[in-house]
Design a protein around this ligand. Structure first.
Ligand code: ADP
Length: 484
């Protein structure tokens, strides 16, 4: 699939350190999850290379922070324009290595680029403050300054957007970055880095360290232990997030974490059922269920339960599964065999505990799984507690509003939640009661560059996107000027 790029030079297969493309001593393969075929190989770098990148970033920091906000704005805007101009190629690379349908990949490129555009603009608005003095001989001010070298460890499910959402605010704030992309999807990251170079981001300001899963652990340790790295941003599993947080304790590093979810999707009796069905489809089956904000548990009130299940199952059965490059395909392969195993485990467990398959229910040849719906789900099932991260939707039944709220909140996670209702009182009661960082009300897809994305409880720390998204990359410095 990568033979047909409009601009073949976007297929970068080397890492980027200090403005130099680095081959590395050893390499690892990047495969197409739809076919199992090798696409390319990339450098398998280790701690020493990461150290070199951190030093290069630190050396590049003074000149980068010394640029005016408007100069950084102009470079970021150029990067945004290049990402958009090459969106077809970027989407092609993404579908090839990640598997999502090509139209969805193009959507992600636009979404990813929107963070660069947004933070290019925000660069100019990192305003400080002047404060009322507590004594007439003094004047008080607050400066905002870049934190320093930032590290970003990113996942495979959004190979581009999870990079730009971290890197764009860091760069806008005046920080250099070291990116460690997911080992399953490094090619999208490298293509974006090539465009960053073309946009004029100076050597050392943006570095990309590729590493396989074993070396990613070593690179992660180095980045956490480094006292030059002042901020670590991670998107991925809660399990790895906890490890990185612990590893960052000795250097008291600032951290932003966007971790797992266990999103409830609640449909009340008074909902518009057709709209709820469409919302559930979009929320659950996007990226084959492999997003941290995908509906994981669908709760439907007794009075509309059978109606919802029937309509939902019919829509799910009509979803076309296949290679993301084929026309009409809306669900691609899962990322790796372990992902299929997890879906199967959740399905088997649900069936053993009284679940009823109403759509799909089978693994297909290769790394594909039928979009699946199981009715009569209950709280004892694994899928009630764990994030499935695949195309499997359990539908639970509830009677009262309070039962739905209690069930929704009965988890250590708190990222996205959704509910459907047309009752204005209920909308406020439920929205306020859900212990989640984000609530979609009569909406199944809610992310955008200008809203604060993030979770509470064990779903993470900090918010990405919006005018709050630069806060993590800026230090406040209080100045007290006396003897006026
Ligand atoms: P997922 O469950 O989405 O695969 P992971 O949390 O396993 O997410 O991985 C997300 C990112 O974290 C990837 O870039 C991966 O290489 C990296 N990673 C995984 N384990 C570690 C670790 N122990 N230290 C540093 N990075 C890690």
């Amino acid at each position: 699939p990568l033979a047909f790029l409009n601009d073949p030079s976007l297929l970068k297969t080397d890492a980027l350190i200090d403005g130099q493309w680095v081959q590395g001593d050893s390499r690892f393969d990047v495969d197409d999850p739809a076919t199992g075929l090798k696409l390319a190989d990339v450098p398998n770098l280790g701690a020493a290379d990461a150290e070199r990148a951190v030093r290069a970033a630190n050396a590049a920091w003074p000149a980068w922070r010394a640029k005016t906000a408007k100069q950084r704005h102009a470079i970021l805007l150029k990067w945004y324009e290049l990402l958009m101009a090459h969106s077809e190629d970027l989407a092609r690379i993404m579908t090839a290595e990640q598997g999502k349908p090509f139209a969805e990949a193009k959507g992600e490129v636009g979404y990813a680029a929107s963070f660069v555009e947004w933070f290019a603009e925000e660069a100019k608005r990192a305003n400080g403050e002047t404060l009322p003095q507590f004594d007439s001989t003094r004047r008080l001010m607050v400066l905002k300054q870049p934190v320093g070298v930032c590290a970003a460890i990113t996942p495979w499910n959004f190979p581009l957007a999870m990079i730009t959402r971290k890197v764009a605010p860091a760069l806008a704030a005046g920080c250099p970055v070291v990116i460690k992309p997911a080992e399953l999807t490094p090619l999208t990251a490298l293509a974006a880095a090539e465009l960053a170079v073309r946009a004029g981001i100076p050597a050392g300001v943006l570095n990309v360290i590729t590493a396989d899963s074993a070396n990613s652990i070593a690179v992660g340790k180095l980045l956490c232990a480094s006292d030059v790295v002042r901020h670590l941003s991670f998107t991925g599993s809660t399990e790895v997030g906890r490890i990185l947080m612990a590893q960052s304790a000795p250097t008291v590093k600032k951290i932003s974490l966007e971790l797992g979810g266990n999103a409830p999707f609640i449909v009340f009796d008074d909902a518009d059922i057709d709209s709820a069905v469409e919302g559930a489809i979009a929320s659950k089956y996007r990226n084959a269920g492999q997003t941290c904000v995908c509906a994981n548990r669908i709760y439907v009130q007794d009075g509309v339960y059978e109606q919802f299940v029937q309509k939902f199952a019919a829509r799910v059965q009509a979803l076309t599964v296949g290679n993301g490059f084929e026309d009409g395909v809306v669900q691609g392969p899962l990322i790796e065999p372990a992902a299929l195993d997890k879906v199967q485990r959740h399905l088997d467990d649900a069936l053993a505990k009284g679940g009823r398959v109403v759509a799909g229910g089978a693994r297909l040849e290769g790394q594909f799984f039928q979009p699946t719906v199981v009715a009569d789900a209950n709280a004892d099932m694994l899928c009630a507690r764990e994030e499935t991260f695949g195309p499997f939707a359990p539908v639970f039944r509830f009677q009262t509003e309070q039962q739905a709220i209690d069930a929704a909140n009965d988890t250590e996670f708190g990222l996205a939640s959704y509910f459907y209702s047309r009752d204005v009182g209920r909308i406020f009661r439920v929205a306020e009661a859900l212990e989640y960082g984000m609530v979609g009300i009569n909406a199944g897809v809610i992310a955008s560059e200008h809203v604060p994305f993030g979770g509470v409880k064990q779903s993470g720390l900090g918010r990405e996107g919006s005018h709050h998204g630069m806060d993590d990359y800026l230090e406040l410095k209080y100045l007290c000027l006396g003897d006026i």
